[in-house]
Design a protein around this ligand. Structure first.
Ligand SMILES: [Zn+2]
Length: 445
């Protein structure tokens, strides 16, 4: 269209008015990192606890056939070659003999609750677990009494080995580090669930640290740094004292995250994830034997009905083995349904979703229009060697751009122009280490 002079000035006035009213014309705010990668609506992380053999021999192959990644929180002390569980502290004989004359109280509780698991019998391990359960339920004096009862039996030689597998030290869980390493190469995440699966909330500092740090050290030694990112403290503990140590040792805990932009709904909560003023919701659901496939599919529908939900699925037993097992047929149906939703839902490991969200929140973006080029600069305080998930960017375009080329590391890609209520835009993925991107206007189409 050729404009007459009078029409031209009118057009200019209208254009200016539109510029003031429409923030899209403000070039300092033209590029954003999308809430989820590649135009997805939400995310699902499929996680497994305890390193139970059927998770790896039954569930994982189904996921592999669909190219879905999972996160496996493993008990490192069970894996051949790694450090075993042990008590860190004073001479056990001294501690045990003191229990004859000094009742358990707040001054000796953690030391005694730490030691009892390693006094040599499965019944003693069970005392540790039950004492921890009472303590975390707020029944502190009952926990003291139960511990006194356990030590009385130890002193009198009345604790026995039972059939029970208290620390999930199932003899059939024989997965090797070599196998775990190959699973990681397939795209799965292997992560810490401590050395022995204790009740961390009733351990003293030295023993909490050993369970967390030794597990991390073995993962680093046998798997490499990537496997030291995520962890889950056993029994889903949210104990403050434990979280304080654990957050310093592992960047991402499924138990609880410190981010103020993330709401967390744990497995025990009936709260629905829809209503929140936080930007993201981590919605944990435990799939157990009685859950049923319809309920599991409905969780995915809920993710799809919103734009802020990260569903974290927690699975324990599989087929006929482990706590609250899911049947193979249920898993086939469920994973198939997840796969069908992959157009709108990002299926990724617990660590990868954590990384994307943190990368997005930490990034500073500058977009500037210089002639026919949009210069985009990204910066972040995060360590790019750890936070390595590609980011999806969305850049709104100035008026009149009919073609766009992405210029990046000697790589040129012509981008498809799309539009929404804020105007026309392009969307593209860049490596998290990328600090500069250019979008160049192409003439015509
Ligand atoms: Zn567990």
């Amino acid at each position: 269209m050729k404009l007459l002079p009078s029409q031209g000035s009118l057009f200019a006035v209208l254009f200016l008015a539109a510029s003031c009213a429409n923030p899209v014309k403000d070039w300092s705010a033209q590029t954003e990192i999308t809430k989820w990668p590649d135009g997805k609506n939400g995310a699902i992380s499929i996680t497994y606890d305890d390193g139970i053999i059927n998770q790896l021999t039954v569930a994982k192959p189904i996921m592999d056939s669909l190219d879905l990644p999972g996160t496996f929180f493993i008990i490192t002390g069970k894996v051949e070659g790694s450090a075993k569980g042990r008590f860190i502290g004073r001479e056990p004989e001294t501690i045990i003999s003191e229990t004859a004359t000094i009742k358990t109280d707040s001054t000796n509780f953690f030391e005694r609750a730490s030691l009892i698991a390693f006094t040599g019998t499965t019944e003693a391990e069970e005392y540790h677990a039950n004492v921890g359960s009472l303590f975390e339920a707020g029944k502190v004096s009952e926990a003291y009494l139960l511990l006194d009862e356990g030590y009385e039996k130890i002193r009198n030689g009345r604790l026995k080995d039972t059939e029970d597998v208290v620390f999930h030290n199932n003899p059939v869980d024989t997965t090797t580090w070599e196998q775990y390493k190959s699973y990681e190469k397939q795209g799965h995440e292997i992560s810490s669930h401590t050395v022995t699966h204790p009740r961390l909330a009733v351990l003293d500092e030295a023993n909490i640290r050993y369970e967390l740090e030794q597990s991390k050290a073995d993962l680093a030694k046998f798997m490499g740094a990537k496997a030291t990112f995520s962890a889950e403290g056993p029994y889903g503990t949210e104990n403050e004292r434990v979280m304080e140590y654990a957050h310093k040792i592992y960047p991402a805990l499924r138990n609880r995250m410190p981010e103020e932009w993330l709401e967390e709904i744990n497995r025990g909560s009936q709260k629905q994830p829809g209503n929140t003023d936080k930007e993201y919701v981590q919605w944990q659901r435990g799939a157990i034997s009685t859950t049923g496939i319809d309920q599991m599919k409905a969780w995915t529908d809920t993710v799809n009905a919103h734009d802020n939900i990260w569903l974290v699925l927690v699975i324990h037993g599989v087929e006929d083995y482990g706590w609250e097992p899911l049947k193979r047929e249920e898993l086939v149906q469920y994973f198939g349904d997840v796969k069908e939703n992959e157009d709108s839902v990002w299926v990724a490991t617990f660590g990868d979703v954590t990384k994307y969200l943190r990368e997005r929140k930490a990034a500073q973006i500058k977009s500037e229009l210089e002639g026919d080029t949009i210069m985009i600069k990204l910066s972040s305080d995060l360590d790019a060697a750890v936070y390595d998930i590609p980011l999806t960017l969305k850049t709104y375009l100035p008026e009149g751009w009919e073609g766009v080329r992405l210029s990046q590391n000697e790589r040129d890609i012509n981008l498809k122009i799309m539009s929404d209520s804020n105007g026309s835009y392009v969307s593209y993925s860049i490596p998290s280490s990328e600090t500069e991107v250019q979008l160049v206007k192409l003439e015509g189409n």
